[in-house]
Design a protein around this ligand. Structure first.
Ligand SMILES: Cc1ncc(COP(=O)(O)O)c(C=O)c1O
Length: 367
């Protein structure tokens, strides 16, 4: 059955519902520092031109991307967020009932997009919360047209290494497309063995990146695909002609150059993730290590995770319950500003012990 994408709860909606004066949203892996300041300036400057249709080739943005990543402009196509581009990729390279193969416990957008396009989604079990690339390679069948890999994965926050990826790619038949989703590459790039997808030139590999996360432009909707020219040319046939919009493109061009902002964001993330991990250890919440800007927390049951999510919401903290990602006993929280993180940790310290007590009492009563 077709299910709509369920996003993290909007702040205004929760404020209306609960009559709370402080709400902190750490549910969508956004940049808590706001948009890149350079992007904001660029958008303001671009407003007087929005009566014009844009250049469908996205010449300026594509040229900037090509220069930044040392590739040819024809290896890029930009779109209205990577989610939209993933839909275009399905449209360009698969037909009804073709199979998309990926891991369990991966990005919800892929489940939604695949169903929406009436493609078949096949999920390979994770191995200790990690993508099992060997099992995925073995599971490729004649029906498989696309293998989707998110690195690092959302929501687990774990990544596969360069060595794992380089062992995996030769096992994939040349007529199967590998879609490598690198939404959090700047965060994970801190790890030496993280494979940068743009360093590879496989004929059947395309990489997607987004400006929604570390660049702080989730609301503008800009993403891009990088791949061999013959694949990018196919995507031009299905993408809408005038996306991303003019302000989004100008914002993206400016944000791509905002190294100070990226550095500030990476530092803020590192500092606040550390605070979170320490606190989770102190109060005994099971959590996974992370290479991105969020942490997955494991609760003892689905009911616990639902209660935990709801109790946090009641106190003004929006996090993400991961039922829709196929991990119903888990929630995900991203790092905030220093103040937001402190607020979140206060809420969690209040909520978690009572949830666990309730869970233990329920178990005791049923025995
Ligand atoms: C792994 C992954 N891919 C893609 C996206 C979607 O990004 P965009 O805002 O560019 O559509 C997200 C957003 O949560 C994500 O986590």
């Amino acid at each position: 059955m077709l299910k709509p994408y369920k996003a993290g709860k909007p702040i205004d909606e929760l404020a209306r519902e609960k009559n709370l004066d402080r709400i902190v949203k750490l549910a969508s892996n956004e940049n808590p520092l706001g948009p890149s300041p350079k992007a904001m300036e660029a958008m303001k400057a671009a407003i007087p031109q929005v009566h014009r249709y844009i250049d469908p080739s996205n010449f300026k943005l594509v040229s900037r991307l090509a220069e930044k990543y040392g590739k040819r402009p024809d290896q890029f196509i930009c779109g209205h967020g990577t989610d939209a581009l993933h839909g275009d990729i399905l449209g360009a390279f698969t037909q009804t009932a073709d199979e998309v193969l990926t891991s369990e416990g991966t990005f919800i957008g892929v489940y939604v997009n695949t169903r929406k396009h009436t493609r078949t989604l096949r999920l390979v079990p994770m191995n200790n919360w990690r993508y099992d690339l060997d099992a995925i390679a073995e599971a490729i069948s004649p029906d498989t047209k696309i293998v989707y890999l998110a690195n690092p994965n959302n929501p687990t926050g774990l990544y596969f290494t360069r060595e794992e990826f380089e062992n995996f790619m030769p096992k994939v038949p040349k007529d199967v497309l590998v879609l490598l989703d690198e939404a959090y590459d700047t965060y994970a790039g801190e790890y030496e063995d993280y494979p940068d997808g743009l360093e590879y030139d496989f004929e059947n590999l395309i990489v997607t990146r987004t400006l929604s996360k570390i660049y702080g432009l989730g609301g503008m909707r800009v993403g891009f695909v990088v791949g061999p020219e013959y694949l990018i040319a196919e995507l031009h046939k299905v993408r809408l002609p005038f996306e991303p919009n003019h302000l989004a493109q100008e914002a993206a061009i400016a944000a791509l150059d905002d190294d100070d902002f990226l550095k500030l964001t990476v530092d803020t993330n590192r500092r606040n993730l550390k605070k979170m991990q320490e606190q989770f250890d102190t109060i005994g919440i099971e959590h996974l290590p992370t290479s991105a800007n969020f942490i997955m927390l494991l609760l003892p049951s689905e009911q616990c995770a639902t209660d935990f999510f709801q109790e946090c919401l009641n106190l003004g903290l929006i996090i993400r319950h991961l039922a829709g990602f196929g991990i119903p006993n888990a929630v995900r929280i991203n790092s905030g500003t220093d103040e937001e993180t402190e607020f979140a940790l206060d809420v969690i310290a209040k909520v978690y012990p009572s949830i666990i007590d309730k869970y233990r009492n329920t178990i005791a009563q049923s025995n």
